[in-house]
Design a protein around this ligand. Structure first.
Ligand code: PHE
Length: 350
């Protein structure tokens, strides 16, 4: 083996000088990147050396390969070290900037408060808890079965058109009503039981002052023996007086929902306009607030209950409507509109 310095060593040395020099000289991340590309990029000078390895004579290949590979490692480490140094220098410069005074007081944060929807929901939950109800939480992404089929609304049923839906993958959907929890509750609890389940519901529909694609309901369900329309009406009356803490006029109309029989629409006098007529009550003076009825035998069966042994009542309170009535909000879209100025108007104590 020759001890002479091979001729190509000069090429390695000069490539090292150029590459390491450029890296050391780089003062910003951008110029460092340029230096890195100049050495290790597709057309870089270190890359050019690496490409030469294959073309060399066998006797030279091993020594040259080791030298070129060694240089590549050195350049890579130099880039990392330089990058770290540039970043540290930038941090140090920022910390040394005395125009930043960390002892100055911060900006005044606006104190937050509870959204009117949450407030009314919590209030109702308290009323129901005091009457022996459980408060349940069911999913917003539902199965077609729980939202429709279990509620006596098969695929062909025209009632499906009343609640157009946001369909998701795999046959799932965004629940169109909190009634989707009824059969879940029947499977979850041994009768007799009573429960409310509040939450967000979704409908695929165009919006106006009294309709939004996302709104809130509170479902009530009571399962027991010998439950009749008399129980239903008495419970609804108790409930409304607890909610409004004052006299509101109510009217009862027959209402059709496939999952109750008989079914009713309970309307209250419009609290926004005092029955003078407004966009919320569509000039009628009345607002639909509480659809309700006796649980249909098919729904009891879907919940694994024998309709000869167990009956029940259910209601679906329009929580969004109730908030609008309570505070005189004349457009439902304000509730979920995400405008902080709207929520700001509802300070605690109002
Ligand atoms: N789920 C029905 C709706 O959203 C309301 C309802 C609930 C009716 C319970 C009767 C009983 O329109």
């Amino acid at each position: 083996m020759s001890t002479e310095t091979p001729a190509w060593m000069a090429d390695i040395d000069s490539a090292a000088l150029t590459a390491l020099g450029a890296i050391e000289a780089a003062a910003t991340l951008a110029t460092l990147r340029e230096a890195e590309v100049g050495a290790l990029g597709r057309k870089g000078n270190v890359t050019a050396l690496m490409k030469r390895i294959g073309k060399l004579d066998k006797s030279e290949r091993k020594a040259f390969g080791a030298a070129a590979g060694g240089l590549r490692g050195k350049v890579t480490r130099a880039v990392s070290a330089r990058r770290e140094a540039i970043v540290q220098a930038a941090i140090a410069a920022e910390l040394a900037d005395t125009t930043f005074d960390e002892t100055l007081p911060g900006l005044d944060g606006a104190p937050g408060h509870v959204h009117p929807l949450s407030r009314v929901q919590q209030e109702l939950e308290d009323v129901f808890i005091s009457m022996g109800f459980s408060v349940l939480d069911y999913p917003e992404v539902e199965s077609e079965f729980d939202n429709f089929e279990a509620l006596n609304i098969p695929g062909w049923h025209p009632a499906r058109d009343m609640q157009d839906t946001f369909w998701l993958e795999g046959g799932h959907l965004l629940r169109t009503h909190t009634s989707a929890g009824q059969v879940r509750a029947m499977h979850q609890f041994k009768p007799p039981f009573r429960a409310v389940f509040p939450g967000k519901v979704y409908r695929y529909e165009s919006t106006d002052a009294s309709h939004d694609h996302t709104f809130h309901q509170l479902e009530g369900l009571m399962i027991g023996r010998h439950v009749s329309v008399g129980h239903l009406l008495d419970s609804m009356r108790t409930l409304l007086s607890a909610i409004f803490k004052r006299d509101v006029q109510v009217r009862l109309r027959p209402g059709y929902f496939p999952f109750v029989e008989p079914g009713f629409e309970l309307d209250i006098s419009c609290q926004v306009c005092d029955q003078k007529g407004c966009s919320v009550c569509k000039q009628s003076g009345w607002v639909e607030l509480l659809p309700c009825g006796l649980v249909h035998p098919n729904v009891l069966r879907a919940g694994g209950l024998d309709p000869d042994e167990w009956q029940g009542w259910a209601f679906g309170l329009g929580l969004s409507r109730l908030v609008m009535m309570r505070y005189g909000v004349n457009d439902i879209r304000l509730l979920m509109g995400g405008d902080a100025r709207f929520v700001e108007g509802f300070h605690p104590g109002t």
